[in-house]
Design a binder for this molecule. Structure first.
Ligand code: NCD
Length: 296
């Protein structure tokens, strides 16, 4: 099976991934690894920058006993004009057991999956989807709250460019959560219902902030120091309107003083940002086990 979109997962596959995420989270904390994927090879093919996703897929593979080969795209034949399709045919001929791809074009993971015989995982395609991020976010919330049913989650910021928001808006309601999307009108998808950040945060149990993806914008937006934070960012004043003890999430990377006040990101009581990173390894282990484990 491929993991290209939340839509491609059944309810029972989602339940298995979330359940196994908690198992691997505890095992990783105890320093236990397994050899379930011993002898298997994972290819990492990242055309866009990454710290968390790239490193956690590699760590997840190693914790399961698999080996990782990463293509340094900057030094690859991409710079000699090779197309994505030809690169996929080339990598397919090397017979990896699973390929993880991040790419700047929507649909790139689907295109590569149509060529590869091995399972393909979408680690973010343009502004489309980032399914393993949504899965690790759900697993983090389950870890912290026990369940997602009836939880109000405000996802705020650059919704227009966020594959994280798109995957979460599909996944979290399937688990019983209520999701509100909000941001500056310029950074909302066309036709999305208008809700201000303040409205979305009011009474929310969880506030998930998103970075302004300036690399995907053709013009400046809220670039003056402190301007974006003041108008749309997560400040102590805004967070005070959320439900008492509301939790704060962010997929990272954070831009301190832009979409989030640094002190809130560092607040160990409320911020799940580090938990999300730790759970990221566990959830990716769960995905790899399901897709390339011994039962496949
Ligand atoms: C996000 C991404 O690349 O989509 N980061 C991540 O994977 N944790 C969000 C972002 O870049 O702002």
């Amino acid at each position: 099976m491929d993991l290209l979109s939340i839509d491609s997962l059944s309810d029972s596959q989602i339940a298995t991934i979330l359940d196994r995420s908690q198992h691997f989270f505890a095992a990783n904390r105890a320093g236990r690894s397994t050899d379930a994927l011993s002898g298997r090879i994972l290819f990492n093919l990242f055309y866009e920058n990454s710290t968390r996703t790239l490193m956690s897929f590699a760590t997840a593979a190693h914790r399961l006993g698999a080996s990782v080969v990463a293509l340094p795209v900057d030094q690859s034949s991409v710079n000699k004009g090779e197309t994505l399709g030809d690169t996929a045919h080339t990598l397919n001929a090397m017979r990896p057991d699973v390929l993880v791809i991040r790419h700047h074009d929507n649909g790139a993971a689907d295109a590569v999956a149509a060529i590869m015989e091995a399972p393909v995982i979408n680690a973010g395609d343009g502004t489309n989807e980032h399914p393993t991020q949504a899965l690790l976010d759900a697993a983090s919330l389950q870890h912290k709250l026990g369940k997602l049913g009836g939880v109000n989650i405000a996802i705020c910021g650059d919704i227009r460019h966020s594959r994280v928001a798109r995957s979460n808006a599909k996944l979290l309601p399937r688990l019983g959560a209520e999701v509100r999307l909000a941001g500056p009108p310029e950074l909302m998808p066309d036709g999305a219902p208008a809700m201000t950040v303040d409205e979305a945060i009011t009474g929310a149990d969880v506030v998930m902030m998103l970075r302004v993806q300036r690399e995907r914008l053709d013009s400046e937006f809220g670039d003056a120091p402190g301007e974006y934070l003041e108008l749309y960012g997560l400040t102590a004043k805004r967070l005070a309107n959320a439900a008492p003890g509301a939790l704060v999430m962010h997929p990272g990377p954070i831009n301190r003083g832009d979409e989030i006040d640094g002190a809130i990101a560092d607040d160990a009581e409320r911020s799940l940002i580090t938990l999300q990173v730790e759970m990221g390894v566990a959830t990716r282990m769960a995905c790899l086990e399901l897709m390339v484990g011994p039962t496949n």
